[in-house]
Design a binder for this molecule. Structure first.
Ligand code: PRP
Ligand code: URA
Length: 242
């Protein structure tokens, strides 16, 4: 099921001419307009190179994943509504700005999604966080729902759904069904994701066109065990147990 290689492009600062820049593989573009791929900057590609590397140990894997997660959260927050907010500065001038409007919560798909909770908390101090435990069957890749615990008033909140890996899309689709069953409107859900397969993200974005997805990278495809390729292996194992 794997697809063609994503494009390579020269990456680096503007003071270097194109010939001096290294060529790196960047994310596949995809047509769905509810999917927002982070800008493919040299910094993001360097961070992704670290976490994809099989020789990167757990401490570095956690450190560099956290930096990408922070970028995803910061970009995700741009998709929440703001209202006008005018303030006065200490030098007696007015400034016309904005402030966030509405209540939010995070929901992590356990276990790997829990790795993204701290990044959300770093930006939204006292954010409520719900949990959905979905595990992929190792043989069939089919997701199974074991448990969920969500804020009572989740239907009145904007939900940031957290899972670093979107492979077949089965787990993320199941999580959206749980959220919908609690009354969360699709257009109040934002899915934050590190790496997606093209087939998984297409399925997800087509099925839920009102759910916004912010991802760092759409990869090449899936292997015979439904792992993302080139991918980074098992995110949960590398972050928590390896
Ligand atoms: C991984 C990952 C996603 C899911 C993606 O979790 O974190 O939840 O697989 O695959 P899919 O798109 O094909 O459903 P896994 O079930 O392996 O559990 P873990 O988080 O405990 O590692
Ligand atoms: N889950 C992971 O952690 N990695 C994959 O490549 C697919 C599912």
């Amino acid at each position: 099921t794997s697809e063609s290689q994503p494009p390579s492009q020269p990456l680096g600062p503007g003071y270097r001419d194109e010939a001096q820049k290294p060529t790196a593989t960047v994310s596949k573009p995809i047509p769905q307009d509810n999917v927002f791929i982070l800008p493919q900057t040299p910094q993001l590609i360097a961070l992704l190179t670290m976490i994809r590397d099989e020789n990167t140990g757990r401490a570095d894997f956690i450190f560099y994943s956290n930096r990408i997660i922070r970028l995803l959260v910061e970009e995700g927050l741009n998709h929440l509504p703001v209202v006008g907010h005018e303030i006065s500065t200490p030098v007696g001038r007015h400034y016309v700005g904005v402030k966030f409007e509405g209540k939010i919560c995070g929901v992590s798909i356990m276990r790997a999604g829990e790795s993204m909770e701290q990044g959300l908390r770093d930006c939204c101090r006292s954010v409520r966080i719900g949990k959905i435990l979905i595990q992929r069957d190792e043989e069939t890749s089919k997701p199974k729902l074991y448990y969920d615990k969500l804020p009572e008033d989740i239907a009145d909140r904007w939900v940031l759904l957290l899972d670093p890996m979107l492979a077949t899309g089965g787990s993320a689709l199941m999580a959206i069904e749980v959220l919908k069953s609690r009354g969360v409107p699709e257009d109040h859900i934002l899915f934050l994701n590190l790496i997606a397969s093209p087939e998984g993200i297409k399925k997800f974005a087509d099925e839920y066109p009102k759910v916004r997805v912010v991802t760092a990278f759409v990869d090449q495809g899936l292997d015979e065990k439904n792992y993302i390729v080139p991918g980074l292996g098992d995110f949960g194992d590398r972050f928590y147990t390896m």
